[in-house]
Design a protein around this ligand. Sequence first.
Ligand code: FES
Length: 213
Amino acid sequence: MATATVSPGGLTRREFLYYIWGASIALVTIEMTGLLVWFMLPRFREGEFGGAFRLPIDDLPEVNAPPFNFPDGRFWLVNVDNEVMVGCERMWNADEEESTIKGAAAIYKVCTHLGCIYAWVDANNRYECPCHGSKYRLDGRRIEDPAPRDLDRFKLAALDENDTVIAESEISSDGTYDTLTIPPNAAFLLIDTGDKKQGTGQPLLDNFHQGCP
Ligand code: FES
């Protein structure tokens, strides 16, 4: 008759294997749970690129003024209105551009061609990329290629004094973030650099009213 082998600790071989098996399952479960928690934790903190930036409303530029440069967040903050354009200043309209473009936007500082960092050039009232010459209007619309599309935008929200969201950017029919009309009681702006939408591939803006730019 077969007899169970008993270890010095008083466990049978079968019991010992059960314990090992149970411990392995527990270990795998703990590892999986740890991985899941790590995965669900926010990767970026507020105030770091990839996270959210909360700015006082005073940082928003005047309508059609040069963009506010925010290097830590890698974005430009703009406030545009193509209906109050004066002469050839910054928000030139194209002949085919019928609709109103009005409000604030947070524009990613990376060129949509091959990823160079472009600059705002005050003398020419536009963004210019030093790598291959792409140009963009104040609101990020493409003026000159080889850039394949307009500049990308981050999600923008307006907060009141209690940090309650009172308005936030909506996604336009062509899939990018629309400019946001800022309510009069806004006290802060929240730019989420973890939430970016690609600029659209609308036609080059090369047929301007009034001979601009
Ligand atoms: S990377 Fe900007 S034009 Fe090529």
